[in-house]
Design a protein. Structure first.
Length: 374
DNA sequence: CTACTTTTTCCTGCTT
DNA sequence: CAAGCAGGAAAAAGTA
């Protein structure tokens, strides 16, 4: 029962984040991953939800590393069956110490190189100096909001990503297995019981992988405690014989957070989205404040209300932040935009990618001269 | 509580 | 080929 399961484990690790809103949770105690129970994995991932994309790799916990690897496994279509979870059990600080050669040693030439490159990108991306003034101010604004919602001091280290490399559709595909939640209700309390914050929040024992043993390490035999019999209904077989769960359509239900850590329970009662937070208004406001949102979007034809996304994924991420939805993508945002055609809030612009045009049922984007003069 | 609206998520197929 | 675009379908969550 070997290492079959990196991908399925990763998959299940991602499960919970599909169902929860990470911005609302994030209790102070990240359960240590070394127990490697699926429940803890699912639990801690529920607090992340692509969280790793928004934080320097140095701040990643083991589950973020797993998530990151998972995304690359998906995108490179590498056969994950040769990887054992043990090889992936390290936290961000440990990961950051790995050389290119070590990564290649562990993950093979293809995946290893890609991981190395990605790691470098993530590292540089979160260096503060890479942000220009306006970006920084916008970032701070979002961050304020973000932290306000979290009320979570640890996250003061977060750098909001520019998200060029934001998630692809495939990135999200792993959050497949609904059924697992019920299978994975392990005793979370046991995991965190006697652990102090410092132990939990980083490195120490979760970065325990011994790199010296790499060379000989080969698939086949992974520690039994690393294998999870993942059974679930509704799987479909793929060509490769792997089974994959076909997800139901529609928006996934949010999971109630009754079990979440009480200290960090949100005191704010579910706030209603205030008016003026419709997507098209959000887009309009970005366009109306270019100084704060440099490079995200631009007017193609100011008079006609034609505009273009320059950093589509970054805008989607910001929209996601606003809606407290860390898995927002341009693909989903654009679907919502397309619904505006029918309502004539937007007009179609054919043949030009990432270009939209305000329609007659939109307002607030015209300048004074345009309204009066013309 | 019901109906309705506005997304959000997923998907298949098509286009650039 | 990847990234976008089109829309259908279905469900969540807010609003009336």
């Amino acid at each position: 029962m070997s290492s079959q399961c990196l991908s399925s484990i990763l998959t299940s690790a991602n499960l919970a984040m599909y169902q929860t809103d990470p911005l609302e949770v994030l209790p102070p105690q990240l359960p240590s991953i070394n127990s490697l129970q699926i429940s803890s994995l699912a639990y801690s991932s529920s607090m992340s939800g692509q969280w790793y994309r928004q934080v320097s790799p140095h701040c990643w916990a083991a589950e973020h590393v797993l998530e990151w690897i998972s995304d690359h496994v998906e995108s490179t279509k590498v056969d994950a069956s040769t990887l054992s979870l043990a090889l992936c059990s390290m936290d961000g600080p440990a990961l950051c110490q790995m050389s290119r050669e070590q990564l290649v040693g562990v993950f093979g030439p293809q995946l290893g190189l890609q991981l190395h490159q990605s790691l470098q990108e993530h590292k540089t991306k979160y260096e503060l100096h890479s942000l220009s003034g306006p970006e920084l101010s916008e970032t701070c604004q979002l961050l304020d909001h973000f932290l306000d919602n979290l009320n979570y001091p640890l996250l003061s280290t977060i750098r909001i990503g520019q998200a060029e490399g934001a998630m692809s559709k495939r990135d999200l595909d792993c959050r497949e297995d609904y059924e697992l939640t019920s299978l994975s209700m392990g005793p979370l309390e046991d995991l965190s019981d006697n652990q102090s914050d410092s132990e939990l929040s980083s490195s120490s024992n979760s970065g325990m992988f011994d790199f010296s043993s790499l060379s000989s390490q080969e698939s086949g035999e992974s520690d039994p405690e690393f294998s999870y019999p993942l059974i679930s209904k509704n799987h479909i077989k793929t060509e490769n014989g792997e089974s994959r769960l076909k997800r139901p359509r529609g928006r996934p239900p949010k999971v109630s957070r009754e079990h979440s850590c009480s200290i960090y329970e949100n005191h704010k009662k579910k706030q209603h989205a205030p008016r003026g937070t419709h997507l098209w208004e959000f887009i309009r406001d970005i366009l109306m404040h270019p100084e704060r949102n440099q490079g995200l979007m631009k007017w193609e034809d100011r008079r006609e209300g034609v505009f273009k996304f320059l950093k589509s994924e970054a805008v989607a991420q910001m929209w996601g932040q606003k809606k407290k939805n860390s898995s927002m993508t341009y693909e989903k945002l654009s679907r919502a935009m397309r619904y505006y055609y029918k309502r004539e809030i937007l007009e179609r612009v054919d043949g030009r990618r990432l270009v939209y045009k305000f329609g007659k049922n939109s307002n607030g984007w015209k300048t004074e001269e345009m309204r009066t003069g013309m």
